[in-house]
Design a protein around this ligand. Structure first.
Ligand code: NAD
Ligand code: UDP
Length: 310
């Protein structure tokens, strides 16, 4: 197939491109490198089945050759990134999604949106099920990202209803692995660089907030399964193993063989208190569940990060 990946030079996108090329597909990456980089795809230099187009998808783009699938991942994703880039984030969620849907309609291509657990905001339902509408502060620091993704989901559904575009929506929960930018501010890259530099691990607040961490290969497998075998309703993808951030820091330290201290920093406003996916739907619909546990996933990520920290 001929497959477009918006945001294909980012962390998750580049792992998806690895898998798609590995299966023999032709891939067109659309990326403006605002938070991604060409280096994430350097392993494919010289592969004529990969075409990288530097483009801001908030502006229209027309591709002449037939397209079969569109994976729409382009968006800043880390809280530090999207709070630095609030207008770009809102534009790519709205205008970028509109442009990708226009492309899907023109080519009769199936399109998958990489949405997020942030559509649930600071959730009052736990674990989060797809039928939960969420608890989002539109004017808080996370509003630019959460509302962009919520608008993007609504636009996907409008194109399905009005233009019969074949859509997929995945809600991704915290995902980690090699190729995260070590300074992107998310907790895994933050701990990686702190452990490798011998600095204290920073815990925001008292560390009682929870997250559930999914290794990137599991996420990509779920994303591809949903594209080919899923239906048109949203599906959660993530690892349901839930830890407090303090437990996660302790586990991280133990796996890294380090005894660095943990230091508390102020808790950012609107930081969700609890987050854990209910993945019953993904299990039933796709026969998917995560296979890589924290010990294995963090070992691979640490191995990759060693040598990359000055
Ligand atoms: P990332 O920042 O590494 O990748 C995003 C990519 O999109 C980058 O290559 C960036 O340059 C590109 N991009 C951003 N705006 C663009 C634009 N206007 N035009 C073209 N390209 C643009 O982030 P990631 O962690 O790989 O996230 C990928 C997707 O998955 C995002 O849509 C994100 O919202 C979603 N997601 C990720 C997680 C996670 O834990 N990693 C969780 C939930 C949702
Ligand atoms: N966090 C932390 N220390 C850090 C970075 C993040 O304790 O150095 C916390 C953050 O407050 C949040 C969790 O880790 O509760 C996950 O943060 P991340 O930025 O990775 O993503 P989020 O799930 O908040 O979107």
């Amino acid at each position: 197939m001929r497959i477009v990946v918006s945001g294909g030079a980012g962390f998750i996108g580049s792992h998806l491109v690895d898998r798609l090329l590995g299966e023999g597909h032709r891939v067109v990456v659309l990326d403006n490198f605002i938070t991604g980089s060409r280096a994430n795809l350097a392993q494919h230099d010289g592969n004529d089945r990969l075409c990288i187009v530097e483009h801001d998808i908030s502006k229209p783009i027309y591709l002449a050759e037939r397209i079969d699938r569109i994976y729409h991942l382009a968006s800043p994703a880390s809280p530090v990134d999207y709070q630095k880039l609030p207008i770009q984030t809102l534009k790519v969620g709205a205008l970028g999604t509109h442009n990708m849907l226009g492309m899907a309609k023109a080519h009769a291509a199936r399109i998958l949106l990489a949405s997020t657990s942030e559509v649930y905001g600071d959730p009052e339902v736990h674990p989060q099920v797809e039928s939960y509408w969420g608890h989002v502060n539109p004017v808080g620091p996370r509003g630019c990202y959460d509302e962009a993704k919520r608008f993007a989901e609504a636009l996907m559904v409008a194109y399905r209803n009005f233009h019969k575009v074949d859509i997929r929506i995945i809600r991704i929960f915290n995902t980690y692995g090699p190729r995260m930018r070590l300074n992107d501010g998310r907790v895994v890259p933050a701990f990686l660089s702190q452990v490798l530099r011998g600095e204290p691990l920073t815990i925001f607040g008292d560390g009682s907030q929870t997250r559930s961490f999914c290794y990137v290969s599991d996420l990509v497998a779920g994303m591809m399964a949903n594209m080919e075998k899923g239906d048109q309703d949203p599906v959660n993808l993530g690892n349901p193993a839930e830890l407090t951030i303090r437990q996660f820091a302790e586990e991280f330290r133990r796996l890294a063989g380090s005894d660095l201290p943990l230091v508390e920093k102020p808790l950012p406003q609107d930081d969700p208190r609890r987050r854990r996916p209910d993945i019953t739907r993904a299990r039933t619909l796709l026969g998917w569940e995560p296979k890589v546990g924290l010990a294995e996933g963090l070992a691979k990520t640490l191995e990759w990060a060693r040598g990359r920290v000055a």
